[in-house]
Write a new protein. Structure first.
Length: 765
């Protein structure tokens, strides 16, 4: 029920009101209302007499959102529309009336029906001025994934700058709606002034001088934050002593030279890494024949932490000028790819600066970056911290040191056709029916295998990364986005020709297809037109979904077989480690299981079991590698805590321990790889502006000691857990075999152990 409130009402008491910020135009005051704005509520209450004075001396008025689907407060003009064409932002004086943060949504609508939407994370505490920019605005428009912490203080007042998405006609604004989504209990906020004002000074204040000379955030303090070069050197010296002690302990452990467990079950030594299933549990096996649980770290590299400075130099407090120390760490690039990863991002090209490189020189000497020293020190760290694998996108010199096993990516780049599924984060799906894809694959595999094909330290190769196998949603259109996207293409795209051939071979003509799909297709050539839109799958016409599934499996088969065949030719001794799925379809995963040695998934969840249905994976009977996972927070400099952001830095170690424990309890999982080695830059990495704190090491090359201690403890305990899981699997398998034999004696037929004891996948890709 919507009810409109009286425009005028009396106050219970009188108190001085805070002065409006300079440049603000007040349209309505909730405490001293005038008959200029309509105020309506739905599943919310705004009592007539409830003005309240806060401890800070402000007077605000309470509104309560009741438990409902979307309780809301709507503000609109008494007549006509507001002309906000000369204003940059809508403003609202607001405070949470609860002792906790609240999530609100603000929707601004113009007369043409267009909307601008903001999600507001309203912190507990004193009142602040909420600013909602009237044009799409987000941290990405400043070049970074997440913006600085809010609220900020501008001209002595707390200001909460919101992100906004969408578009409106600012000269014809007809309503502003505040709402909550499904609150479990009544939640209250306090309101005062509603109006408009200029947004540019606040945006400048929010993002000005974000980064200090060391590349650290200026907006916070934390234990590892560096304030001098001497502090950097002292931290490095202290760490060196710690690493020596930890490495000495490691030398006394029960590991073979590749990090395999030499006191575990014995396997055949092939001279290369391989996979084997025993007693119902999958294992990676080292070249020496020992069980190996891959504990890896991604992006272990010294040269991927640059950040763009061109056009936003005002965000940096102390960039070196030409001729000054550390001016050698400038460079230039262009990351404007047009992919989904760059959508809405500004400052994606031009001059960049490498704070990490400059900090290495500050710490270790004026000769700058010493590759040999960095490699040795980094491998010391990984081994001392209990890691045994150099993960994807890492510096190749780490692989040639013959100290830690490693993996390599196959980056297949060419002029082959591609299919849009609507995700397209890193681009469209490669068309594996295009002969140019096979040529590009052959070239990529030959280059990747050239220097590594006979290296026993190489575990294997990944078949690209996070391809867009499905669309971004959970609906059938996303589930079968590859099929839909292919049929929308022109017939010069090989995948479309392959799909049309599949349908013609099955149905022969348009009448057969029309009957099966429940449509009227006047002529077969209509399917050849670009933009052809097939019907949605439905129970009345099950052939639609069957045809989509068959095509998507054929597509995935062509993709993985092409890579597998090439790798078997160029590097027959190394494993094909799967496609590092972020989004997937059952057809793509089944095809990967058919042609690859390992299934690989990037999972940003609290435990692996939240990332995929492992019961379905067990049917495919393949080992699984978790190739990306992490846990971040926003209290160590960079503003983004990642997809699995936690409240505090102190929570990360426990989350890591739990993820690893849950992974090791899953018999198909043979390893987990942390993303990533270093924190991302405060102002965003070159590739897409990500600025996350989920590193083991900060931009200053100083490790996050508490987290590293916890990770090391978990990694070292993994060997013991692997032993327990192996014994558990062996006992379970023995019990199954005993039951089978008993069943045979009872005349129920020969039993068969479910564990495939002694079977192995070898390296057949």
């Amino acid at each position: 029920m919507i009810r409109t409130l009286p425009a005028l009402f009396a106050l219970l008491f009188t108190a001085p009101l805070m002065a409006a910020p300079a440049g603000q135009q007040t349209l309505f005051n909730f405490v001293r209302p005038a008959d200029v704005v309509k105020v309506a509520t739905q599943d919310a209450s705004l009592p007539q007499y409830n003005a309240e004075q806060t401890p800070e001396g402000e007077v605000l008025r309470r509104i309560t959102f009741n438990p409902a689907a979307e309780p809301s407060l709507v503000l609109s003009p008494q007549s006509g529309a507001w002309d906000w064409s000369q204003s940059g932002a809508m403003s609202l004086r607001i405070q949470s009336a609860m002792d906790w943060a609240l999530t609100l949504y603000v929707k601004v609508q113009s007369a043409d029906g267009k909307t601008l939407v903001s999600r507001i994370d309203l912190p507990a505490g004193p009142a602040q001025t909420l600013l909602v920019p009237l044009q799409a605005n987000s941290p990405l428009s400043q070049g970074m994934k997440a913006g600085p912490p809010m609220p900020i203080t501008v001209d002595g007042q707390r200001v909460l700058l919101a992100s906004s998405a969408g578009e409106i006609d600012r000269s014809q604004v007809v309503s502003v709606t505040l709402s909550m989504i499904k609150p479990n209990a009544a939640q209250s906020i306090l309101l005062e002034r509603f109006g408009v004002q200029d947004s540019e000074p606040v945006i400048k204040a929010a993002y000005s001088e974000l980064v200090d000379a060391y590349g650290q955030s200026t907006r916070a303090r934390w234990p590892e934050k560096v304030s001098s070069d001497d502090q950097l050197k002292a931290a490095a010296a202290k760490e060196q002593q710690q690493l020596k002690g930890w490495l000495a302990e490691r030398d006394k452990s029960s590991l073979d030279q590749y990090g395999g467990w030499n006191k575990g079950p014995a396997f055949e030594a092939s001279g290369f890494f391989r996979t084997e299933k025993r007693d119902g549990r999958w294992y990676l096996v080292t070249p020496l024949g020992h069980p190996f649980y891959s504990l890896g770290v991604n992006t272990v590299a010294p040269d991927n932490n640059q950040t763009y400075v061109a056009g936003r130099e005002w965000m940096f407090a102390a960039l070196p000028k030409a001729g000054e120390p550390f001016d050698k760490y400038y460079g230039s690039a262009d990351n404007r790819t047009g992919n989904g990863a760059g959508e809405g991002r500004s400052f994606g090209a031009g001059r960049w600066y490498d704070f990490y490189g400059a900090n290495l020189e500050r710490t270790y000497g004026t000769e700058g970056f010493d590759q040999k020293r960095w490699v040795s020190h980094t491998l010391d760290r990984l081994q001392a911290w209990g890691f045994n694998t150099v993960g994807n996108w890492s510096d190749e010199s780490l692989a040639t040191a013959d100290r830690v096993p490693y993996t390599l990516p196959l980056s297949i780049v060419g002029d082959y056709a591609s299919i849009s599924t609507g995700t397209d984060w890193w681009g469209g799906m490669p068309d594996p029916f295009d002969p140019r894809f096979a040529m590009a694959t052959e070239r990529a595999v030959a280059i990747a295998a050239r220097d590594h094909r006979d290296d026993p330290w190489l575990i294997g190769y990944f078949a690209d990364n996070e391809l867009a196998w499905a669309g971004p949603g959970d609906d059938p259109k996303s589930r079968y986005a590859l099929a839909y996207g292919t049929l929308r293409m022109t017939t010069d795209v090989p995948a479309k020709r392959a799909f049309l051939k599949q349908l013609r071979d099955k149905y022969r003509n348009e009448e057969g297809l029309s009957k099966a799909w429940g449509i009227h297709l006047a002529g077969w050539e209509l399917m050849e037109d670009p933009g052809f839109e097939p019907p949605m799958p439905n129970p009345e016409h099950p052939e639609i979904e069957a045809d989509f599934k068959y095509f998507q499996k054929t597509f995935a088969d062509a993709y993985f077989k092409t890579i597998s065949d090439s790798l078997k030719w160029h590097a027959p001794n190394q494993l094909l480690l799967g496609g590092r799925y972020a989004v997937s379809t059952p057809e793509a995963v089944a095809s990967c299981a058919q042609y690859c040695d390992v299934l690989s998934f990037n999972m940003y969840t609290l435990k692996p079991q939240d990332g995929y249905d492992f019961a379905a994976l067990r049917v495919l009977d393949k080992p699984v590698l978790i190739t990306e996972f992490n846990f971040g927070s926003a209290d160590r400099g960079p503003f983004w805590g990642g997809v699995t952001q936690l409240a505090r830095e102190e929570d990360r170690g426990a989350a890591y321990a739990n993820f690893l424990k849950q992974a090791m309890a899953e018999p198909s999982i043979v390893g987990v790889h942390w993303f990533q080695y270093l924190d991302q830059p405060v102002t965003g990495r070159l590739l897409d502006g990500e600025n996350g704190h989920f590193g083991l090491v900060g931009i200053t090359d100083v490790p996050f000691q508490g987290f590293v201690d916890s990770v090391r403890k978990s990694n070292l305990a993994a060997v013991d857990q692997l032993g327990k899981e192996a014994e558990k699997a062996k006992a379970a398998n023995a019990a199954r075999e005993a039951e089978g034999k008993q069943a045979g004696h009872d005349g129920k037929g020969p039993g068969q152990g479910a564990g495939h004891a002694g079977g192995h996948s070898g390296n057949g890709h």
